[in-house]
Design a protein around this ligand. Structure first.
Ligand code: ZN
Length: 146
């Protein structure tokens, strides 16, 4: 869906949190354009010249909240709770919903006791669950949407 330039690593992570396929590539301008073209991704960039040359989308703001707002306003993304927690924020792989038992011993004990739903990223060998940081993120997203 998206490829983010080197200035937009944080935005890439947030796009993944929202469930969007976002590649973050430390590449030259030409490299980024090749990924965008080859994988039919929208290039998100803070570089006006590159945005013009590539037909990508120019991100004007510097804070990630504002950047997400720009994408929302442009109709490029929407905030849909059902999409959230489908993708690993670290590596962009799809997360797999796993049963509670398989997370035992792999997540902090308190989180294990307090959560019923767990997800797993095979790429990072990492478990995710709906905890405090997740509720914080959701609140933040709600704020951005308003
Ligand atoms: Zn991962």
């Amino acid at each position: 869906m998206f490829v983010c330039d080197t200035m937009l690593g944080k935005l890439a992570r947030w796009l993944r949190i929202l469930g969007y396929d976002a590649v973050y590539a430390k590449e030259s301008d030409d490299g980024l354009m090749m990924i965008a073209k080859g994988e039919k991704r929208i290039l998100l960039t803070r570089d006006e010249e590159l945005a013009g040359r590539s037909g990508g989308f120019l991100i004007k703001k510097s804070s990630v909240d504002d950047q997400l707002k720009e994408l929302l306003d442009a109709g490029l993304i929407e905030i849909d709770e059902d999409r959230m927690l489908t993708r690993c924020p670290l590596c962009n792989s799809m997360l797999k919903a796993v049963d509670k038992e398989s997370a035992r011993g792999r997540v902090p004990e308190r989180s294990f006791e307090n959560s019923d739903r767990f997800w797993y990223c095979g790429q990072c060998d990492k478990y995710y669950w709906v905890g405090k940081h997740w509720t914080d993120m959701k609140e933040r997203v709600e704020r951005i949407r308003r």
